[in-house]
Design a protein around this ligand. Structure first.
Ligand code: GLA
Length: 450
């Protein structure tokens, strides 16, 4: 069933099947309609309900209850890039294309950073005569469909931005309030002829290989902001877009950017794949740490399929260095011009592995003594991730006690320093102590060995 939203192709023989597949592929753009029905059913809406002649409102209400988590996305926190933190409104199609190029050429894509997300300011202030959003002609002259083709041709995914209000936060483009279905359809339908052709050609070449290809179609991720709305509650406005995305027939990661106004962690899992728990981050230590703190409050509500979102990374924008915990990893710097140090931080495979651990349990602050903090969370394979943070002004040591971090007190533990990429020679019993500078942190993976 999870395959049903894919446009799966199985090609086992050559010859006549080639032509057939080519025709099927060139018709790919017409598939949105049928996929829409299949997806609605596959996402958990009982088929009998769809068939039994109920009204569309009744169908909607069922879809709302089962909702987006059935879109199969966000099994681990999303990784990628977003334009806002570095570029704010100064974006255009070249920046997005060059970013996609850089995400691949730097090796970030291979590490899992695969969403390229356009934030605010990509559309004209007015919709067209049919009520559709119009990409801004001066900055996105080729349109978003062409951009989606380009980003998909690199093996990446494209994200877009809208708002559950009349205008977005920049007030330079319309929001989707009252246009949810139309906009969701637009986002899902941005697939170009070129993509269909590329897939067709590759399938012809690989014809003797059994393939199950997922067509790259349209938008893959929607960040949905909360500005300039009608005063109604986010719990009313956001699910309207949830339903609209469900109907659009394409699994689109739905990122609720509600800033934590109405504790979205409490209701977000049924509505989207991640929810901002905080207002906007700035490029300072205090801002980052306070966002981590607000996010921690909801730790127990994060899970595969739906994540607390403490806002995007500021690494590489100049103000700070490290920002790691179980949360979306969305780069917010100019990846076309990164320093070696920025790249080293973002490309730390051991830290990424903690973020993407299949257990999907968010770490918590387990101990705080003044400015000294111990954070910990379980990982797969009976391991524990521990973060020691010195928020104070002086160099000092911090102790992580086994009984604070969920390891039996007498266990002998092997510790791996994931910033230094070293397994420590010492075997630890009862606790581990590290000394660190002001505003520094240390992160270990602890594995009980006896
Ligand atoms: C809000 C969001 C930010 C960004 C801007 C764009 O402030 O919280 O992340 O998307 O809007 O205007």
């Amino acid at each position: 069933m999870e395959q049903s939203w894919r446009n799966g192709i199985t090609a086992t023989t050559g010859g006549s099947k080639s032509l057939l597949i080519l025709v099927i592929l060139l018709l790919a753009q017409l598939q949105a309609l049928s996929a829409r029905h299949i997806f609605a059913a596959s996402a958990g809406t009982p088929r009998s309900f769809i068939r039994n002649g109920s009204t569309s409102e009744e169908q909607d209400s069922v879809i709302v209850r089962r909702n987006l988590l059935a879109n199969g996305l966000a099994i681990t926190p999303p990784m990628g890039w977003n334009s806002w933190n570095h570029f704010s409104c100064k974006i255009d199609e070249n920046v997005i294309r060059q970013t996609a190029d850089a995400v691949v050429s730097t090796g970030l894509a291979k590490l899992g950073y695969n969403y390229v997300n356009i934030d605010d300011c990509w559309a004209e202030i007015a919709r067209d005569e049919k009520g559709n959003l119009v990409p801004k002609k001066s900055t996105f002259p080729s349109g978003i469909k062409a951009l989606a083709d380009y980003v998909h041709s690199k093996g990446l995914k494209l994200g877009i931005y809208s708002d559950a209000g009349y205008f977005t936060c920049s007030k330079t483009m319309p929001g989707s309030l009252g246009h949810e279905e139309n906009d969701a359809k637009t986002f899902a339908s941005w697939v170009g002829f070129l993509v269909a052709l590329l897939v067709a050609i590759s399938s012809l070449i690989l014809l003797d290989v059994k393939m199950d290809m997922q067509f790259p179609q349209g938008i893959d991720y929607l960040k949905y902001d909360n500005c300039n709305n009608d005063g109604s509650k986010p719990t009313v406005r956001y699910p309207v877009m949830t339903r609209a995305l469900m109907k659009a027939g394409r699994p689109i990661f739905f990122s609720l950017c509600e800033w934590g106004d109405m504790h979205p962690a409490l209701w977000g899992a049924e509505v989207g794949n991640s929810w901002r728990t905080t207002n906007d981050i700035t490029d300072t230590w205090e801002s980052m740490v306070s966002r981590a703190e607000m996010n921690e409050y909801y730790a127990e509500l994060a899970r595969p399929g739906g994540w607390n979102d403490p806002d995007m990374l500021e690494v590489g924008n100049g103000g700070m260095t490290k920002d790691e915990y179980i949360a979306p990893l969305l780069i917010g710097c100019d990846v076309r011009n990164m320093t070696k140090e920025t790249m080293q931080i973002l490309a730390n495979t051991e830290v990424i592995a903690v973020n993407q651990d299949p257990l999907g349990v968010q770490a918590k602050k387990v101990r705080m003594e003044g400015d000294l903090e111990v954070w910990a969370g379980p990982l797969s394979d009976y391991r524990v991730a521990v973060l020691l943070v010195n928020r104070g002004p002086r160099r000092t040591s911090i102790v992580a006690h086994w009984d604070d971090i969920g390891i039996p007190p007498k266990s002998v533990v092997m510790a791996r320093d994931v910033w230094e990429h070293k397994t420590l020679k010492t075997r630890f019993v009862g606790n581990l102590t590290a000394t660190m500078d002001s505003h520094a942190c240390k992160m270990y993976i602890l594995k009980p060995i006896s």
